[in-house]
Write a protein of this length. Structure first.
Length: 330
């Protein structure tokens, strides 16, 4: 009996020891994760080479006809910045957030736009080399970054910067569609990619963050209610929501009014409408390749399985019509 009791205590002691070791490892791992430094955008951008030339070449290569000098200059810029391109691409693919607050620096903002121009140059070069897949991947990185960044930043600067970054990509895709639509439609990766693009405007998250910083009184509860209402429906201004919600009113709540204005709502409508138009334009081009004949209406895109529904035009509040798209083409 004593032996059994001794064996029981021995096994129980071992179990406790193992549990303590495992718990210690878990705590150490969590602590290491908590103190892992985020990548620094400022450090990454320090290696950006020949910035004025990047912007110059970005403007010079908007057409599809490149001469040897333009081609050579573009290749040289990409070679000079090869390490930077690789590092940023990996960070964007991993959805690794940069250190918050760095984009508040105007120099960082300017350099970030130049970096995007560099990626657009890379995409154009891939297109010149008939590597449409590589061209799309260069653009897709920035759509990913522009979707992740405003959530991580949770700042007004991040909220306003994300659509600027997306707009440069949409400019590029619209140009490609006009000049190379049938060529790019031989595969469906651009259409499939566009159908899964995230274009968030997380104004509710930004308001919650700013309210913690700016509203120290009972008005914080009201600010939270405004954020909740905008999360449900962002197609209204912060001022409109503030006038409707029930809660304490304090002077500090005035910070809400410029956070989400009429022009912000309209910008969001226009951007989503622009994305939906691109989806339809690429679907129409893809239909011609798949079916061997041009589409005659939008219903045929549904029937062919290219789309599951006709996207909305958020400016009109109605689904897109065939007439709108054919007018756009003209």
């Amino acid at each position: 009996m004593r032996l059994l009791r001794r064996d029981f205590y021995f096994q129980a002691g071992q179990a406790v020891h193992v549990a303590i070791v495992v718990l210690t490892l878990l705590v150490a791992s969590a602590a290491a994760g908590a103190f892992t430094e985020r990548p620094r955008l400022t450090v990454l951008l320090q290696s950006l080479q020949n910035k004025p030339e990047v912007t110059k070449q970005w403007g010079a290569t908007k057409g599809s006809n490149w001469n040897k000098d333009v081609l050579s200059a573009t290749k040289l810029l990409l070679q000079q910045n090869q390490s930077l391109l690789q590092n940023f691409a990996q960070t964007a693919k991993d959805h690794s957030p940069f250190l918050r607050g760095e984009i508040d620096d105007e120099k960082v903002l300017a350099d970030l736009i130049v970096l995007e121009q560099l990626f657009l140059l890379k995409a154009r070069l891939r297109l010149q080399e008939s590597d449409a897949k590589g061209a799309w991947e260069a653009l897709q990185l920035w759509l990913t970054f522009a979707a992740d960044m405003p959530y991580e930043e949770a700042s007004l600067v991040g909220l306003r910067l994300a659509p600027v970054l997306r707009s440069l990509v949409f400019d590029e895709l619209e140009s490609w569609q006009r000049s190379r639509g049938p060529e790019l439609a031989t595969s469906d990766f651009i259409l499939q990619g566009l159908l899964t693009v995230r274009s968030p405007w997380p104004v509710d998250r930004v308001i919650l963050t700013e309210a913690q910083r700016l509203v120290r009184d009972k008005g914080n509860l009201t600010a939270r209610k405004v954020a909740q209402e905008l999360q449900k429906n962002a197609y209204q201004t912060a001022e409109e929501v503030l006038s409707k919600v029930v809660g304490p009113r304090t002077p500090a709540l005035q910070f809400l009014i410029p956070m989400w204005r009429t022009q912000d709502v309209e910008s969001m409508r226009n951007e989503i409408t622009r994305l939906h138009r691109l989806q339809l334009q690429f679907a129409i081009s893809r239909y011609s390749v798949v079916k061997g004949k041009p589409a005659v209406d939008l219903a045929s895109l549904i029937q062919s399985g290219l789309l599951t529904e006709i996207p909305l035009n958020y400016v009109t509040g109605q689904a897109f019509t065939w007439a709108e798209l054919t007018t756009d083409a003209k």
